[in-house]
Design a protein around this ligand. Structure first.
Ligand code: PMP
Length: 391
């Protein structure tokens, strides 16, 4: 059987990470993967997470199986965090949530739900998109079309082609890979189009808290959930709780009414059952312990704010230094971006030269992890960018 296996495509990000591992230059900078790093280059366990883990270990709750929806208190915490305290008639009252294997698992379960509901549904993804959006949607059997992202007029024009019951995958904040989000009026226009044309917003939330602050980053998602009858949410706790390897996330289905949701949870559970049965408990228990304890939640919010401030201080320093090196136009492009990623205004050839000459590793398309570098190394990055632009 195995002789039939064709050489599979190599994951470009892990390929670059391997190349970085083999690079012996002391000044090398790995800005490829989307992982938050502190000034010392470490990806820390957040203080509130550590404390919650200690408390959970002391309580040593049983590791007995949970249900197919995972940790129910975690699911409630996710609804409360993402949709906000909105009273008895708010979207949380017409939502079901199922714990998933991180954000990727939520994307896949919801894609399965769409496919079971209407096989062959068209899902629109941004161009450029998060590298896994197309593969996950296609693996579930959906048809993928794209809409322009960086040109917001173009985005609205392309999405005018979305039909009733199509699904439009949007990133709620801190767009990966561009770092550029729609302006508030563009979000309003999207909500109006969804209601008028009958397509379903599917919001991927992976970086809330790392752009303008937790509530500000969730504002567009909350507005969509208020206005549009049906909305899907894929929530990741990987970045904002630093729980990357604990695979913690949640799939949410918001319906027009409570009654419209009667099969949604079972459909998600069935999708989970045929893939992995139940999600891992640990990360969900940690998030719940942090969310439900006022002191731990305050500590978590403060640390998340500090992470966000570090990212934006890095970006500001890069913008200033590029401008000082005579690269004002490129600096202006970067100044409009936010969150963990920036898209450098460099061609694939220039990105290759940045790697070859300056040992700076970003993706070939130009994405760099702004949270992956210490402030003291920003001048090297700025000199590298200016250097390849001059060649
Ligand atoms: N969506 C986006 C936009 C992402 O960037 C990521 C992670 N890089 C994910 C979803 C999935 O994250 P995870 O599965 O690690 O929670």
């Amino acid at each position: 059987m195995l002789e039939l296996l064709l050489p599979p495509p190599v994951d470009p990000l892990w390929d670059l990470t391997e190349a970085f591992g083999a690079d012996t230059r002391p000044e090398r900078l790995n800005l490829v993967l989307g992982v938050y790093r502190d000034e010392s280059g470490a990806t820390p366990v957040m203080a509130a997470v550590r404390e919650a883990e200690i408390r959970l270990a002391e309580r040593s709750a049983s590791k007995e199986y949970r249900g197919l929806s995972g940790n129910l208190a975690f699911n409630r915490a996710m609804l409360s965090m993402v949709l906000g305290p909105d009273g008895p008639d708010g979207p949380a009252e017409r939502a079901v949530a199922v714990q998933t294997v991180a954000g990727s698992g939520a994307l896949r379960l919801l894609a399965d739900l769409i496919c079971r509901t209407r096989p062959g549904t068209t899902v629109w993804i941004s161009d450029p998109a998060y590298v896994n959006h197309r593969p996950i949607m296609e693996a579930a059997g959906l048809t993928v079309r794209t809409y322009r992202w960086l040109d917001q007029e173009g985005m609205l024009q392309d999405l005018a082609g979305a039909r009733r019951d199509d699904v439009v995958l949007l990133q709620g904040c801190c767009h990966n890979p561009t770092g550029v989000d729609p302006a508030p009026d563009a979000w309003e226009a999207l909500a109006e189009m969804a209601v008028r044309d009958g397509w379903v917003p599917f919001v991927d939330l992976a970086y809330h808290g790392l752009g303008d602050g937790l509530d500000a980053d969730l504002a567009a998602t909350r507005m969509l959930a208020q206005r549009v009858p049906e909305v899907l949410l894929a929530i990741s706790c990987s970045k904002n709780f630093g729980l990357y390897s604990d695979r913690t996330g949640c799939a949410v289905v918001i319906g027009a009414s409570r009654a419209s949701l009667r099969h949604a949870e079972t459909a998600l559970q069935n999708a989970a059952r045929t893939q992995y049965s139940m999600p891992p408990e640990h990360g969900a228990a940690v998030v719940t312990a942090v969310w439900e304890d006022a002191g731990l939640q305050a500590s978590w919010r403060a640390e998340l704010d500090a992470m966000r401030h570090r990212i934006s201080a890095n970006r500001t320093a890069l913008v200033e230094q590029l401008a000082a090196l005579g690269r004002g136009a490129e600096a202006d492009v970067l100044a409009r971006q936010k969150g963990m990623f920036s898209m450098l205004p460099l061609s694939p050839e220039q990105m290759l030269r940045l790697r070859g000459r300056f040992a700076v590793y970003g993706t070939t398309a130009g994405r760099v992890n702004i949270a992956g570098i210490g402030l003291d190394r920003i001048p090297c990055l700025a000199r590298g960018i200016a250097g390849v632009l001059e060649e």
